[in-house]
Design a protein around this ligand. Structure first.
Ligand SMILES: C[S@@+](CC[C@H](N)C(=O)[O-])C[C@H]1O[C@@H](n2cnc3c(N)ncnc32)[C@H](O)[C@@H]1O
Length: 203
């Protein structure tokens, strides 16, 4: 099965989670990462995305891995861990004081799945909204945003909100994301404070 393939590949390549391949596939499609960038990774535990981001930004770049759950230390020297809830209202101040504005924000945040689809969707979208709000405080003009979403009734409203802030907004389900999973990823390119939302398209 495909999930076994990515699970095994993660073990072979030393990634902490099979989720690493989702980020790699998103980057293969949209080419967002560059050497030297500073990236915030929300909902980073156990750390598969942070490892991928670390390699893509290289030794002159930095990844700030944030999760309310424990993240074990990385051997990658350019990854720093902040053990915080993303809902913590002091989080933007802490990040800005230490790192300044960053080049991109990625969020794979999801709640513990209860199986109650509407509830899981509502909680996950609220985490995505918090991540989007944090981009407005923490990323530079022209920065990028990659965010996990659970598909459901609030998805289109979220996309509309994204289009107010990014020149381009795309939805993408990487091959490594299980077909039966409701998850999909939204990619916002070229963050702009002054953007006119009426010009945007999604596909
Ligand atoms: C699917 S996992 C992320 C996997 C990770 N991207 C990787 O590649 O290893 C989702 C994460 O979101 C985190 N999360 C959920 N709600 C959060 C919150 N309010 N603040 C911080 N992290 C949160 C969970 O603790 C969990 O570690």
């Amino acid at each position: 099965m495909r999930e076994d393939f990515y699970y095994q590949q993660a073990r072979i390549k030393g990634y902490r989670s099979r989720a690493s391949f989702k980020l790699l596939q998103i980057n293969n499609k949209f080419s967002v990462f560059r050497k030297g960038q500073i990236i915030i990774d929300l909902g980073a535990s156990p750390g598969g995305w942070s490892q991928v981001a670390s390699h893509l930004v290289g030794g002159n770049g930095k990844v700030i891995a944030i999760d309310k759950s424990y993240i074990s230390p990385f051997k990658e020297k350019n990854v720093e861990i902040l053990n915080k809830d993303i809902l913590n209202r002091n989080l933007p101040i802490i990040v800005l004081e230490t790192y300044g504005k960053t080049d991109g924000l990625i969020s794979d945040c999801s709640p513990n799945i209860t199986g109650d689809f509407s509830r899981d969707h509502a909680i996950q979208i609220s985490l995505a909204r918090r991540a989007l709000a944090l981009t407005q405080e923490l990323i530079k003009d022209n920065g990028f945003f990659i965010c996990k979403l659970f598909q459901g009734t609030e998805l289109q409203d979220f996309i509309k909100e994204m289009k107010k802030h990014f020149e381009t907004t795309k939805l993408y389900k990487p091959a490594a994301s299980r077909k039966k999973s409701a998850e999909i990823y939204v990619i916002g390119l070229k963050y702009s404070i002054s953007k006119d939302s009426s010009k945007e398209t999604t596909n």
